[in-house]
Design a protein around this ligand. Structure first.
Ligand code: WQD
Length: 342
């Protein structure tokens, strides 16, 4: 797409953790950025900082992707060339307790957005999906041909959203659709100005470790050390959020102008255990992270890491940051923003 054309790139959920980092990458590439966000889990402070870091203005409209009238009004007011759909809810544990909410936001929200896009003749979509659509895979590393067998409502909501988008693109081959299956996004912008700012107690490992290191929490509970992994703790493919942001631009550039669909895993291809993360964080921060071993967390799988070769082939993208860099950047963010954006 010609970055000089005015048509906006719309980022739903652009005021969130991944969204704000993606806005920086879009601005740096010269795209005009428009954000639509309900601010349920996003921050206008993050948008202001993303604008400064990216060196450009960000147009912002507050709203919810379930609100068709708001989306119609948005597309009527702004000429949009492409949509990056990152708005959604993503806590596995919460999805078990609130499945209808997760399906309403992630499935109905994606459906409403696609309907509004089609009505406005906007046909380019990059969709934020998740490795949780694979469930507990039979073999590792996971490539895109692995069966989709999610084992929680969050993963099922992402698979359903993928399915509805694939069905629409089959009926409208002029549509351009990229489905990005994120592995475990972590890290922070190297400036220390943007980072993950979970509401309440962090569900995810990295922000919890970071809050222990800065003294906001007494210790880390390691959920299980009896898994069939090298040190008994869970293994995941942690991906720097800035690498992930670049992956969205690479997907946008890779979509065929005439229409088509691609699905890729965005991961590093390397697995790290919980104890690997703790050790790397202690080295990066110079702080000790006290921990205790606790029972396994329901719904967790032992190990999960990506085969990222398809993303490299189709997008020319590969992750550049290693775990040490992820931990250094998280620590810089945490130290500079002990209470997040508040
Ligand atoms: C990682 C490892 C835990 C916290 C989640 C969701 C989903 C997805 C990626 C978007 C596991 C262990 C964790 C803690 C621990 N995002 N752990 N103590 O569950 O792999 O994936 O994030 O799609 O949100 O699926 O990430 O960071 O929660 O857990 O021991 O306090 O750390 O058991 O092995 P997960 P996580």
């Amino acid at each position: 797409m010609n970055a000089d054309t005015k048509p906006w790139v719309l980022v739903t959920g652009g005021a969130g953790y991944i969204g704000a980092h993606t806005c920086v990458a879009l601005l740096e590439a010269g795209y005009p950025v428009l954000v639509f966000d309900s601010l349920v889990n996003g921050s206008t402070e993050a948008l202001a900082r993303a604008s400064t870091l990216g060196g450009g203005e960000i147009a912002f409209v507050q709203g919810d992707v379930r609100d068709r009238a708001a989306l119609d009004a948005l597309f009527a007011r702004y000429p949009v060339s492409a949509v990056l759909h990152l708005a959604g809810v993503k806590a596995v544990g919460e999805s078990v307790a609130r499945p209808l909410y997760y399906h309403e936001v992630n499935v109905a929200g994606t459906l409403t957005l696609a309907q509004a896009m089609h009505a406005a003749d906007v046909r380019t979509l990059v969709f934020s999906s998740s490795a949780t659509v694979y469930g507990a895979p039979a073999r590792m590393p996971i490539d895109e041909s692995a069966p989709l067998a999610p084992n929680n409502p969050y993963g099922r909501s992402k698979r359903m959203a993928e399915d509805l988008l694939r069905d629409h693109c089959a009926a409208h081959p002029e549509w351009r659709l990229a489905i990005l299956r994120y592995f475990n996004p972590v890290g922070a912008h190297p400036s220390g100005q943007l980072g993950e700012d979970p509401l309440g107690t962090p569900d995810n490992l990295m922000p919890f470790v970071s809050q222990v290191a800065i003294g906001r929490r007494p210790e880390l509970a390691v959920f299980g050390n009896d898994y069939p992994t090298p040190d008994g703790t869970g293994v995941r493919d942690y991906l720097h959020v800035c690498d992930l942001a670049r992956g969205h631009l690479a997907a946008l550039h890779a979509l065929p102008a005439a229409g088509g669909e691609l699905t890729v895993n965005l991961g590093t291809g390397r697995g790290h255990s919980v104890l690997d993360v703790v050790r790397a964080f202690e080295t990066a921060s110079g702080q000790t992270v006290p921990l205790r071993f606790a029972p396994r967390r329901p719904g967790d799988i032992a190990a999960c890491w990506a085969d990222p070769s398809r993303a490299e082939q189709l997008l020319g993208w590969r992750a550049e940051c290693d775990l040490d860099a992820m931990c250094r950047d998280v620590w810089r963010w945490q130290r500079g923003n002990p209470e997040g954006y508040r």
